[in-house]
Design a protein around this ligand. Structure first.
Ligand code: PBG
Length: 322
């Protein structure tokens, strides 16, 4: 035998030295769900140990994350029902919950990178990511609103806007609008290959944003498709995205790798709410070891090619590796 592969596996020391992939706090983007109110923190029923919080609690959480060396948060807000409409008016409110949140978080923790969700679903009476006309989600009118929304978040101090809506042409429109309004330093993390996935269920519970009619298949991607994902990431890179994203992560590890090989910009992956819920549920029943499952799945996302991982497990991972 010339090659005895077990030589490099025989002790913790040699295994550590030849490990090809390492997780660090720099890998993570931490999603946060923000609610109106004060002193409020409520566990999301389908996401054990993950909460929706009022802004004062969120600010405390952001400081704690920064102290753990985590460097970016991705903000989602829960909009009150009476403020929802079809055109996302509340999304543009300079005093809206999102805009206030960005300001307060940047004030309290200026170095934390603040990324914001750009899509209409939390603000839509229909729970869709775009404007609805005759039961259809219209593209170009939606893109106009998304560009204004991005400018509004940039004005409040967002470091990156993260369009998650899957409308066509929105990256170029957003880049243009940011430039025209002198926000040349605001970045764009594009949800480029976002699939119409069943794994977003718990997230929609968190924001009360489930689609009121139909589904999101006319704008989010068909899970059957691979080449289309490459087209999407290349197009977003050409339109000016700074970071492209593949979402969800675990069922799409092949797509993460393909995206990584295709573009010359960082690739992020979103380890989504349903993936979190699956692991939590199995762990609660004692069917899987929670800590090992978290580390193995997160490592697999990075090994697949993700430079950044949006994950509800970010804090757990940082604790486990330190
Ligand atoms: C909405 C949005 C969704 C997620 C992020 N932004 C849900 C959806 O598209 O219906 C899902 C995140 C998760 O499941 O963790 N534009």
């Amino acid at each position: 035998m010339i090659h005895r592969n077990r030589i490099l596996r025989q002790s913790p020391a040699i295994r550590a030295m030849v490990a090809e992939t390492h997780l660090t706090p720099n890998d993570f983007i931490v999603p946060l769900f923000i609610n109106e109110g004060k002193n409020y923190k409520e566990e999301i029923s389908s996401m054990p140990n993950y909460s929706r919080m009022s802004l004062d609690e969120t600010v405390k959480e952001v400081k704690a994350l920064w102290n753990m060396d985590l460097k970016s948060v991705l903000l989602f807000v829960k909009c009150n029902d009476n403020l929802k409409d079809n055109i996302g008016k509340e999304a543009l409110n300079a005093d809206g919950l999102m805009q206030r949140s960005i300001k307060e978080i940047k004030n309290a923790c200026p170095e934390m990178l603040v990324m914001t969700d750009i899509a209409l679903d939390p603000f839509s009476i229909y729970g869709h990511d775009g404007i609805v006309e005759n039961n259809e989600i219209v593209n170009d009118a939606t893109v106009d609103v998304l560009a204004q929304m991005s400018v509004s978040h940039a004005a409040a101090g967002a470091d990156f806007v993260a369009p998650s809506d899957m409308m066509d042409g929105r990256i170029l429109a957003i880049r243009k609008a940011l430039e025209q309004n002198n926000f040349s330093k605001t970045g764009i993390m594009a949800y480029s290959a976002k699939y119409a996935s069943c794994f977003y269920g718990p997230f929609r519970d968190a924001l009360d944003s489930a689609p009121g009619f139909g589904d999101k298949k006319s704008y989010q991607m068909n899970p059957a498709n691979r080449i289309e994902a490459i087209k999407e990431v290349l197009q977003d890179e050409a339109e000016g995205a700074d970071i492209v994203m593949v979402k969800p992560a675990l069922s799409y590890l092949d797509i993460i790798r393909e995206a990584k090989n295709a573009v010359k910009i960082p690739v992020s992956a979103y380890h989504v709410s349903g993936e979190y819920a699956m692991i939590k549920a199995a762990a609660q029943r004692g069917w899987l070891n929670e800590e090992q499952t978290i580390l193995e799945t997160t490592l697999s996302i990075k090994r697949a090619g993700a430079d950044l991982i949006a994950s509800y497990f970010a804090k757990d991972v940082v604790k486990l590796i330190s």
